[in-house]
Design a protein around this ligand. Structure first.
Ligand SMILES: Nc1ncnc2c1ncn2[C@@H]1O[C@H](COP(=O)(O)OP(=O)(O)OP(=O)(O)O)[C@@H](O)[C@H]1O
Length: 299
């Protein structure tokens, strides 16, 4: 894995009814990493801690090689674009263009042509007051603003929340193009499986404030499979099968099995003398449901 765009070490945040961490995470530069997990699992909290918008009780975060909260934040903040989960109400009375004029001096890389191009693609009139924009319009405006200085690192907290299907496709295209250069990084929280499938290279799975794993998406999709197997009544010890995640009788001497280690499972079946009747990859949402249920069971 290449250099970490986001490095998190022993990060802890304690609240009255919720504890995040300890989190250890190295998010690679040059890729899209999706942070997924159930409602209230701590994704937005993690984003706020990453950006120094909330203080941790313990631990450290570094963005683009610079420690967050270490005095001079401008060195990395000018290289970052952030879209928070909720728009900021305090800005409701100013127009999109007024906000752009306000933030523009902070960013040496500000590109007014690209800003206008994004607004045009998203069909946003930035002369409108931010408070008068619909939720989806505001989201598209916020995304355009966050990208207008060509950031090296884009942090997106549920970027497609409120977008209609056409705007959603535009967003996917805009983000794909952003990644084309090869050295940029996106970290995004998302509940939209299709978005994760289309954009993410890595998936970080968060449940109850804990990072339960970081997975390479293609490997994840390759290794989780449903298999129909027939052991011809041999009383096979299925519990010994590598990566067993689900098991049920499927009639006669046939069983339906879910494994998260397909290759090892196939080898094991051959050694056990069982016949692999058919196999099918799981959809990403089914994998995430399995992981969530498993996590709830062990926590
Ligand atoms: N300002 C706050 N003060 C105290 N607790 C908070 C605060 N913000 C969030 N929490 C709590 O922290 C936990 C995690 O919330 P967070 O918003 O990080 O989850 P999330 O994974 O982003 O959820 P969702 O998918 O619903 O957006 C929740 O239990 C929430 O109640």
């Amino acid at each position: 894995m290449t250099e970490a765009a986001v490095a998190i070490e022993a990060l802890v945040q304690r609240r009255a009814h919720f504890e995040l961490g300890p989190v250890e995470l190295a998010i690679p530069a040059g890729y899209v990493t999706a942070i997924v997990g159930p409602n209230g699992s701590g994704k937005s909290s993690l984003f706020r801690l990453m950006l120094g918008l909330a203080r941790p009780d313990a631990g450290r975060v570094s963005l683009l090689g610079r420690r967050v909260g270490d005095g001079d934040d401008t060195a990395y903040k000018t290289r970052i674009g952030y879209v928070p989960e909720e728009a900021i109400d305090l800005e409701d009375k100013i127009s999109g263009d007024q906000k752009a004029a306000f933030v523009r001096p902070w960013y040496p890389g500000w590109d007014v042509n690209y800003y206008r191009e994004l607004l045009r693609r998203f069909e946003i009139d930035a002369g409108l007051k931010l408070g008068k924009m619909s939720k989806g319009m505001r989201r598209k405006y916020d995304l355009s603003l966050a990208m207008a200085h060509h950031p090296d690192l884009l942090l997106l907290d549920e970027p497609s929340s409120g977008l209609d299907p056409i705007a959603w496709k535009t967003m996917i295209d805009v983000l794909h193009r952003y990644m084309e250069r090869g050295d940029r990084t996106i970290v995004m929280a998302s509940h939209i499986v299709d978005e994760v499938r289309r954009l993410a290279d890595y998936i970080v799975f968060v449940v109850h404030g804990r990072v339960l794993g970081m997975y390479e998406k293609d490997a994840l999709l390759e290794s989780w499979q449903t298999m129909y197997v027939d052991d011809a009544g041999r009383s096979t010890d299925w519990k010994a099968m590598p990566g067993l995640r689900g098991f049920e009788a499927a009639g006669g001497t046939t069983y339906r099995i879910v494994t998260d280690s397909a290759h090892a499972a196939e080898r094991w079946l051959a050694e056990a003398g069982a016949t692999l009747v058919s196999k099918q990859k799981l959809e990403l949402d089914d994998i995430l449901i399995h992981l969530t249920e498993h996590a709830r069971g062990v926590m």
